[in-house]
Design a binder for this molecule. Structure first.
Ligand code: HEC
Length: 140
């Protein structure tokens, strides 16, 4: 397989973007063959991708929590979150982190270790739910 159509780390979307003709800006005619092929062979067998992963990478979470959720000087690691959170409680926290910190002693202690509080992000309910699913179901 040429490098341009090798499945990319972040999944099928990146794969298809990478397969565009660089100069013309118009997809090659062979994409009509290639896309179903890639979907059948590579992407079809991939483990389920979480839309929340892209949100996590795109919404600045990585700046403080790290690309692999390993934590940075600005924010704690985001691992084994099911020990502390249900989907509902985590939704509530993401909707209003500062208010939750006030009522949650563990988070309050955690917040003292970092220079700034976890900010509040404006996003749709759907996006927040996807983010929560990714945070609770994926722990790599
Ligand atoms: C400016 C840095 C910063 C950014 C950006 C940030 N966080 Fe945080 N986050 C923190 C800090 C600091 C804490 C510790 C508790 C607190 O301050 O609320 C935290 C705590 C958390 C926790 C709870 C961790 C635990 O141990 O229970 C989760 C979950 C979380 N963040 C998710 C996110 C997500 C999702 C995003 C992106 C939408 C994000 N954070 C963006 C700094 C950040």
């Amino acid at each position: 397989m040429p490098a341009s159509i090798r499945p990319a780390r972040r999944g099928c979307i990146a794969t298809l973007k990478g397969a565009r003709a660089p100069s013309a800006g118009v997809p090659h005619p062979w994409l009509a063959v290639l896309i179903p092929l890639v979907l059948l062979t590579g992407c079809g067998r991939k483990p389920r991708e979480y839309p929340g992963r892209a949100l996590f990478l795109g919404a600045f979470c990585v700046q403080c929590h790290g690309e692999n959720r390993q934590g940075t000087k600005q924010g704690p690691p985001l691992k084994q979150l099911t020990r502390y959170w249900t989907a509902e409680s985590l939704l509530g926290y993401l909707a209003d982190p500062a208010a939750t910190v006030e009522t949650n002693p563990r988070l309050k202690d955690l917040s003292y270790l970092y220079p700034a509080l976890m900010p509040k992000f404006n996003m749709s309910d759907t996006d927040r739910r996807e983010l929560v699913r990714f945070l609770l179901e994926v722990d790599e």
